[in-house]
Ligand binder design. Structure first.
Ligand code: SOE
Length: 365
């Protein structure tokens, strides 16, 4: 039996704890955790079941009991930490956004390729079996010609005017929030499941609140609460996307409808264990399960029988398992890499520029 991989985790907030569960679920060892101070690192190591804390992110990266570095810190720190991990010859799982500029993303893709390390970004919604089912059915031609790709990604965790978070501050989260944080998930999922690529877009950004609390009083907000996109794809489809973090009642509602000339496919992340298929004479709801989904890839990610819901953590577990299988030399299909992280940075830059210039923007392939 091969030696289990050893993972180090930088950052121990909500998403860090999700990574920790997924690391253990894969059979790997969580050997090190680092947080903002040595005391907080020690607390996080105990809380997350790591073998030991690390004095700092740099010490974790240098540690000889870490094979894979997971980066779960605020967005603007991602690029520098990923670069250090690659320089140390470690494989990397870097939370999205990979980088807050296309230039940084370009550099990281090149460095990871030169170093020959595995470098992944958790676009984890690819791991819902019902999403893989859509991808397989579209590839088999069951949808006919996809001509309209539309949807939204709505949350309400910033719905209160007194609520704030490091993501609100462009100095910590980057120049785009609603799109850069969650709109990129929707675009990745659309391109992954349909094979279409956004080739041009026009975007508007907006704010529910022009000011929010900061450490030195209530200040104007430099990032958007919502982004509205209209886009065209390289295969002749048109699409729309609304991304919002101030949509009351929507907790994590990534939703799409991919409409073809033969069928439409609707996915709802808040009800992910069923796939709605629209037809001219009848509509169907296919329950997620190894015996109900038609595609091999949909069935492969259906760990539990139909009627036993799989969810967000299951997606993360499947993602980390596939990344670690890639480190071990296997080639599972559909692992989101730094190249996909760069794609997200390219689209985000186009959204920011379009909103600023109030014009259509070409999106490089
Ligand atoms: C907050 O908007 C957040 O945690 C995102 O950062 C994640 O990428 C998304 O999957 C859930 O919501």
């Amino acid at each position: 039996m091969s030696t289990p991989l050893r993972a180090g985790l930088i950052g121990a907030g909500f998403i860090g704890s999700v990574h920790a569960h997924a690391i253990r679920s894969s059979g790997a060892r969580l050997t090190r955790v680092s947080n903002s101070t040595p005391d907080r690192s020690a607390e996080a190591a105990r809380r997350l079941g790591a073998r030991a804390p690390a004095e700092s992110a740099e010490a974790l990266i240098a540690s000889d009991d870490v094979d894979v570095v997971h980066i779960c810190t605020p967005n603007v720190t991602h690029a520098a930490l990923a670069e250090k991990a690659i320089a140390a010859g470690k494989s990397v799982v870097c939370e999205k956004p990979l980088a807050t500029s296309v230039a940084d993303a370009d550099r990281l893709v090149a460095l990871a390729e030169q170093a020959g390390v595995v470098a992944a970004v958790p676009f984890v919604y690819r791991y819902y079996p019902t999403v893989r089912e859509v991808r397989a059915r579209v590839a088999d031609g069951d949808a006919g010609r996809l001509w309209l790709l539309h949807g939204s990604y709505l949350q309400d965790w910033l719905a209160g005017s007194a609520e704030t978070n490091w993501r609100v501050d462009p100095a910590q989260g980057g120049g785009s929030r609603a799109f850069g944080d969650i709109g990129v998930h929707w675009c990745d999922l659309m391109e992954f499941a349909t094979g279409h690529r956004i080739k041009r877009l026009v975007a508007r950004t907006s704010q529910a609140y022009a000011e929010r609390p900061t450490s030195d009083g209530v200040r104007p907000v430099g990032t958007e609460d919502g982004a509205t996109l209209l886009f065209e794809t390289d295969r002749g489809a048109t699409g729309t996307l609304v991304a919002s973090q101030v949509s009351l009642g929507r907790k994590n509602r990534l939703w799409f409808s991919f409409d073809g000339t033969e069928a439409s496919y609707v996915f709802d992340q808040e009800n992910p264990d069923a796939l709605w298929i629209g037809g001219r004479r009848e509509n169907r709801v296919v329950p997620r399960g190894p015996d109900t989904l038609a595609s091999a890839e949909g069935r492969a990610y259906s760990r539990l029988p139909a009627g036993h819901p799989q969810g967000y953590q299951d997606c993360f577990n499947a993602f980390v398992a596939d990344v670690y299988a890639t480190v071990a030399g296997e080639r599972p299909d559909g692992v989101p890499t730094f190249t996909d992280g760069r794609r997200a940075a390219v689209i985000t830059e186009a959204v920011i520029d379009s909103a600023k210039n109030e014009s259509w923007m070409e999106v490089p392939a």
